[in-house]
Design a protein around this ligand. Structure first.
Ligand SMILES: *[C@@H]1O[C@H](CO)[C@@H](O)[C@H](O)[C@H]1NC(C)=O
Ligand SMILES: *[C@@H]1O[C@H](CO)[C@@H](O)[C@H](O)[C@H]1NC(C)=O
Ligand SMILES: *[C@@H]1O[C@H](CO)[C@@H](O)[C@H](O)[C@H]1NC(C)=O
Ligand SMILES: *[C@@H]1O[C@H](CO)[C@@H](O)[C@H](O)[C@H]1NC(C)=O
Ligand SMILES: *[C@@H]1O[C@H](CO)[C@@H](O)[C@H](O)[C@H]1NC(C)=O
Ligand SMILES: *[C@@H]1O[C@H](CO)[C@@H](O)[C@H](O)[C@H]1NC(C)=O
Ligand SMILES: *[C@@H]1O[C@H](CO)[C@@H](O)[C@H](O)[C@H]1NC(C)=O
Ligand SMILES: *[C@@H]1O[C@H](CO)[C@@H](O)[C@H](O)[C@H]1NC(C)=O
Ligand SMILES: *[C@@H]1O[C@H](CO)[C@@H](O)[C@H](O)[C@H]1NC(C)=O
Length: 666
C-alpha cells in the first residue's frame, strides 16, 4: 500500500492575482519611503526583489509548504486548483482520498482509459543509474508533478486516468501556469519595457488524449520512466537579472534537495522563442543535458525529417490503424536527442515536473552562493576567457606596489587580515575600475572618454585610498550593438568583471554581472540619473542594494545618485516621443521610465571622488557597514558637488534642509 502524499499545487489563480499581491507589498515601501508614485512589479529592469521586499510572502509560502509536508502521515491528498482566481477552488480532493494502488484501474491502456497516476512511488523513478533520481515527495511549492504526459509542440497531452473522459468522476484538467509578464526580446539595444514591449501572457496548453492524435508517437505512446523533464515557467524570462534571481536560486535549491543533474530542463519560452544564451550558460550547472525550450521538448521528432521517409532510425508504428497512411507520421521511434539519455527521442513521460518561479516563490539559495557555483563551473570547464580589459600592468609599472602586496608594509597589515588571496591577479595596489558603456537609445554615459582621461590624470597626480596607490579605469559594453549577448560575450563579461575591483553601471540588468565579481573584495557602483534615485528611489532601491545586503555584502553595493540636471540628458525614447518621432501609443508615458532612461554626462570630479570613497571601504566590510549605518555610504551628486547620505532620500531639498550634509565642492 502506498502511504504517501502527492501535493499538487496548481497555482494559476494565485499568480493571476499578482497585481493584488504587488500592491499589498508596494504599500509597505510606499509608507516607508513616502514615494510619490507607485512602482509595480510589472516593471522589470534587471532584478527581482525576491530577496528584498517580498520576503513576507516568501516566509508565508515556506510555512505553508512545510505544513503540508508535515501533514503527510494522514495520507491526505489535495490538489489545489483555482481556475481563474475568481471562482472558488474546485474541490477535487475527495476523489483521491482513496489511496489504494490500482483503484483507478492500472490495467487501463492509454487514450480512452488512461493510466493510474499512482502506479509507482514518487520517491524514486527508476533505479537505473543513467536515469534521474528525484524524490518528488519533497517537491516544494510552487512545483507540481504531472503524470502520463505526452508533449506535442505547445501542448501537454495527458493520459492520466484522473482526467480521462472515460472516468465518470474525472477532474477538471489542471490549469497550466502563465508567463504573466514578459518583455519582448526585440533587437533594439534596450529592454523594451518603455516601448510597450510587453508580450501577451502565454502558457502551454493541456488536453486529454484524443481519438485524433497527430503523430504515431502520440497515437502509440510509450511512457518513459527515465527522462524527467522539468518545465520552468517564469515571468520576465528574457531579463537576465530576473532570471538569475528567480529561477537560478530556486533551481539551485531544487537541485540540492530533490533533483539530480540528470533532469531535463525545459524553459517555457513564450510563442516559440528560443533560449537566450544566458539561459543555457546559467543553467549549465544543474543538468548534464543541454537546456531546451518546452516547445523543443514537444518537437515532432524524425517523422518530420527525411529519416522517416528512408526509414532509417525509424520504426514504422506497427500497431497503426490500417487506414493510417505514413504521411501522417507513421514513425514513433525517433533519433536520439541531446536532452535525454535514451536511444530515441521520448515523446511521452511518466512524470513531468512543472515549476512556476516568481516573486512569491519562497526559499531559494542565496544569490551569492548561486553565483559562486555558476562561476566555478565556468572556470572548471575552462570556459572563461582571458579578460578583455587591459589595465596598465601594475606589477611591472610599480615594483613598489607588488612588493607591498607580498611583504608587510604597515599599510598592508591593516587590510591584509581582511583580504588576502595570493591567486587574485588584481592585486591590491592598483584600483581597477570597470565602467559599463551602454549602447542603444537610453542610459548611456555620454562622456566616457573624458572620464577615462580624468582617471588617468588623477592617477598621474597621485591616487591613494585604502591599500590602493594607483587608479586605472576601463570601459566595456556587456552586449553587442543590437543589445544581444551571445555566449562568448557573456563569458567575456564574466572575465571582465573578475578583473575589476569596482564595476560602475547605470541602473539596469548590467548590474547582474556584479554577482560574477570576486567576492569579498569587489564593489558595484550603481549610477542613477536625476530623480531616479530620489523621487523614484523605491524602484531601484528594492533590487540590488537589498540583494547584496542580504548576501552578507560579499559584493559591496554603492549607489551614486546624479541629482544635477546639468549631468542628465533625456533618453532618446523620451525625446522621440516628445518630438513626435514615436507615436504616443507605442511608448509608455511614464515619468519613472523617463527618469531611469536618461543619459548621463558625468562631471569627473565628483565621480572620481566617489570612486576613492568606494576604494577606501572596499576590503573592510566592517568599515563598509559602519559607513552604511552612519548614512555615509551612498553618494548624491548635486550642482554644488558631492554629498553622502542613505538610500531613499525621496526629497533631497528637504533632506539637505534638515540634515545639512557636508557638500564636497569641486
Ligand atoms: C500588470 O500586468 C497585468 C497583465 O499584463 C495587467 O493586467 C495589470 O493591469 C498590470 N498592472 C499594472 C499595475 O499595470
Ligand atoms: C488553495 O489555494 C488558496 C489560494 O492560494 C488557499 O487560500 C487555500 O488555502 C489553498 N487550499 C489548500 C487546500 O491548500
Ligand atoms: C471538499 O472535500 C472535502 C473532503 O472530501 C469535504 O469535506 C468538503 O465538504 C468538500 N468541499 C466542497 C466545497 O465541496
Ligand atoms: C474507496 O475505494 C473503496 C473500494 O475500492 C470504495 O468502496 C470507496 O467508495 C472509495 N472511496 C472514495 C471516497 O472514493
Ligand atoms: C522503467 O521502464 C523500464 C523500461 O520500460 C522498465 O523495465 C522498468 O521496470 C521501469 N521501472 C520502473 C521503476 O517503473
Ligand atoms: C523522499 O522524501 C520523503 C519525504 O521527505 C521521505 O520520507 C522519503 O524517505 C524520501 N525517500 C527517499 C528514498 O529518500
Ligand atoms: C567572505 O567573507 C566572509 C566573512 O566576512 C566569509 O565567511 C566568506 O567565506 C567569504 N567568502 C568568500 C567567497 O571569500
Ligand atoms: C526626435 O528625437 C529622436 C531621438 O533623439 C531623434 O533621433 C530625431 O532626429 C528627432 N527628430 C526630430 C524631428 O527632431
Ligand atoms: C521637496 O520638499 C519641498 C519642501 O517641502 C517641496 O517644496 C518640494 O516640492 C519637494 N520636492 C519634491 C520633488 O517632492
Amino acid at each position: 500500500m502506498l502511504d504517501r502524499v502527492l501535493v499538487l499545487y496548481v497555482l494559476l489563480g494565485w499568480f493571476a492575482h499578482l497585481p493584488h499581491l504587488t500592491i499589498a507589498r508596494d504599500v509597505s515601501w510606499w509608507q516607508r519611503t513616502d514615494a510619490t508614485k507607485r512602482v509595480d512589479t510589472n516593471k522589470s529592469d534587471g532584478y527581482s526583489d525576491r530577496d528584498g521586499a517580498a520576503s513576507h510572502s516568501t516566509d508565508t509560502v515556506n510555512a505553508e509548504g512545510s505544513n503540508s509536508r508535515s501533514g503527510s502521515s494522514d495520507s491526505k491528498l489535495y490538489i489545489n486548483i483555482s481556475t481563474s482566481g475568481n471562482k472558488a477552488n474546485s474541490n477535487i480532493s475527495s476523489d483521491f482520498s482513496n489511496k489504494t494502488k490500482g483503484h483507478y484501474n492500472t490495467k487501463k491502456g492509454p487514450l480512452f482509459g488512461g493510466y493510474d497516476p499512482y502506479i509507482w512511488d514518487d520517491d524514486w523513478s527508476n533505479l537505473d543509474p543513467q536515469c534521474p533520481r528525484a524524490n518528488l515527495t519533497q517537491l516544494p511549492r510552487p512545483c507540481f508533478t504531472l503524470h502520463w504526459i505526452c508533449v506535442h509542440q505547445e501542448t501537454l497531452v495527458t493520459h492520466d486516468w484522473r482526467y480521462s473522459y472515460a472516468n465518470p468522476r474525472r477532474d477538471p484538467l489542471p490549469d497550466m501556469p502563465w508567463v504573466e509578464n514578459w518583455n519582448f526580446p526585440a533587437a533594439v539595444g534596450t529592454n523594451t519595457d518603455a516601448l510597450r514591449g510587453r508580450g501577451a501572457r502565454y502558457r502551454l496548453h493541456m488536453r486529454s488524449a484524443s481519438a485524433h492524435e497527430p503523430t504515431a508517437a502520440l497515437r502509440n505512446p510509450v511512457f518513459t520512466n527515465c527522462t524527467l523533464p522539468l518545465i520552468i515557467v517564469a515571468d520576465f524570462p528574457y531579463n537576465m537579472g530576473e532570471f538569475f534571481a528567480k529561477v537560478l536560486t530556486a533551481l539551485d535549491q531544487l537541485s540540492s534537495t530533490v533533483l539530480d543533474e540528470k533532469v531535463t530542463l525545459a524553459l517555457n519560452t513564450p510563442m516559440g522563442l528560443d533560449l537566450a544564451p544566458f539561459h543555457s550558460l546559467l543553467m549549465m550547472s544543474y543538468s548534464r543535458y543541454t537546456p531546451i525550450t518546452a516547445v523543443e521538448l514537444g518537437s515532432r521528432g524524425c517523422s518530420d525529417t527525411q529519416l522517416s521517409s528512408t526509414g532509417r532510425n525509424c520504426e514504422p508504428a506497427a500497431d497503426e490503424d490500417d487506414d493510417s497512411d505514413s504521411s501522417r507520421g507513421g514513425c514513433r521511434v525517433h533519433r536520439a536527442v541531446p536532452w535525454s539519455v535514451e536511444a530515441a527521442q521520448p515523446h511521452c513521460f511518466q512524470r513531468v515536473i512543472m515549476c512556476k518561479w516568481d516573486l512569491q516563490t519562497g526559499g531559494g539559495t542565496p544569490l551569492a552562493a548561486v553565483a559562486r557555483r555558476v562561476v566555478s563551473a565556468f572556470i572548471r570547464e575552462g570556459m572563461v576567457p582571458a579578460s578583455p580589459i587591459e589595465y596598465p600592468d601594475s606589477s611591472s609599472s610599480s615594483s613598489s606596489s607588488s612588493r607591498k602586496a607580498n611583504s608587510g608594509s604597515s599599510k598592508d597589515k591593516d587590510w591584509g587580515k581582511l583580504y588576502l588571496d595570493p591567486d587574485d591577479p588584481r592585486g591590491s595596489s592598483m584600483l581597477r575600475v570597470l565602467i559599463e558603456s551602454r549602447q542603444g537609445p537610453v542610459r548611456n554615459i555620454k562622456n566616457l572618454d573624458a572620464l577615462l582621461d580624468a582617471c588617468k590624470a588623477m592617477n598621474r597626480r597621485g591616487f591613494t585610498a585604502g591599500s590602493f596607490d594607483q587608479l586605472a579605469c576601463a570601459a566595456t559594453s556587456f552586449s553587442q550593438p543590437d543589445g544581444s549577448v551571445d555566449k562568448n560575450r557573456f563569458l567575456t563579461n564574466v572575465a571582465a568583471v573578475r578583473s575589476a575591483h569596482v564595476l560602475v553601471v547605470l541602473h539596469g540588468a548590467g548590474a547582474t554581472n556584479s554577482w560574477f565579481m570576486r567576492q569579498n573584495s569587489s564593489a558595484l557602483v550603481e549610477l542613477r540619473p536625476c530623480q531616479f534615485g530620489t523621487r523614484f528611489a523605491p524602484w531601484p532601491d528594492k533590487y540590488m542594494p537589498k540583494q547584496h545586503e542580504k548576501n552578507d555584502d560579499v559584493i559591496r553595493f554603492f549607489a551614486l545618485n546624479i541629482e544635477d540636471q546639468a549631468q542628465c540628458l533625456k533618453g532618446d525614447i523620451e525625446t522621440a516621443l516628445r518630438n513626435h518621432t514615436y507615436r504616443r501609443d507605442s511608448v509608455g508615458w511614464d515619468a519613472s521610465y523617463f527618469a531611469r532612461d536618461q543619459h548621463l554626462v558625468l562631471e569627473p570630479g565628483p565621480f572620481l571622488a566617489f570612486i576613492r570613497h568606494v576604494a577606501g571601504l572596499l576590503f573592510d566590510v566592517q568599515k563598509y557597514r559602519g559607513a552604511r549605518d552612519a548614512d555615509r555610504l551612498h553618494g548624491y551628486v548635486v550642482p554644488e558637488g558631492l554629498m553622502y547620505g542613505p538610500l531613499s532620500i525621496t526629497n533631497l531639498s528637504e533632506y539637505r534642509a534638515a540634515f545639512r550634509p557636508n557638500i564636497i565642492g569641486f
